[in-house]
Design a protein around this ligand. Structure first.
Ligand code: NAG
Ligand code: NAG
Ligand code: NAG
Length: 153
């Protein structure tokens, strides 16, 4: 069986958290748009934790992910499509927001890709007015990890 790179990374993260006994959550940011910079900030204080492909949180995380394009988005994702990402062993809740102060700027999709039979479980928003916005997908899965894809198709 050949593991894709993200799957291998998740397997490693899960293995590591099992061995060390520490809560971890991996968030992968995948930009298929061909433009823009993926940004992940902490919801509570706006600290930028990633402007690249992935972030491994050593504990619960409440992050906001968006694609910065031509400085259109505010530092907390204002005016842009965001993925509100709460990952915690006690319960995870992730959803897309495009309502004020946010607004649709790029298509986005997300999926949990590890945990208690929830592989691939997620939602997406491909255009303004999409049905996926505001739908929060909740799971209880220790070590839950998340893949967020900008321009998923
Ligand atoms: C921001 O919040 C995180 C998580 O609560 C915390 O670890 C970090 O120290 C905070 N950073 C600042 C600059 O307040
Ligand atoms: C959002 O867009 C409005 C209208 O263009 C602008 O006035 C405002 O400053 C933007 N907000 C942020 C946080 O960038
Ligand atoms: C998911 O969790 C959020 C935050 O706790 C909650 O507001 C929402 O009602 C939950 N949604 C479902 C479908 O359980």
């Amino acid at each position: 069986m050949q593991l894709s790179l993200p799957t291998a990374a998740v397997a490693l993260a899960v293995f590591a958290s099992t061995v060390v006994g520490q809560e971890t959550h991996l968030i992968n940011l995948v930009n298929q748009c061909g433009y823009g910079t993926p940004v992940l900030v902490l919801a509570n204080n706006g600290t930028v934790v990633s402007t690249g492909s992935s972030f491994l949180s050593k504990g619960p995380i409440h992050g906001i992910a968006y694609l910065q394009v031509s400085d259109d988005c505010g530092p907390g994702g204002q005016n842009c499509t965001i993925v509100d990402t709460l990952l915690a062993n006690s319960g995870s809740s992730v959803g897309i927001r495009v309502s004020n102060p946010f607004a649709f700027n790029v298509p986005v999709g997300f999926s949990y890709y590890y945990g208690e039979g929830h592989d691939g479980y997620g939602s997406f928003c491909l255009a303004a007015g999409c049905d996926g916005a505001g739908v929060f997908v909740n799971v209880t899965a220790p070590g839950a990890t998340m893949r967020i894809t900008f321009c998923p198709e």
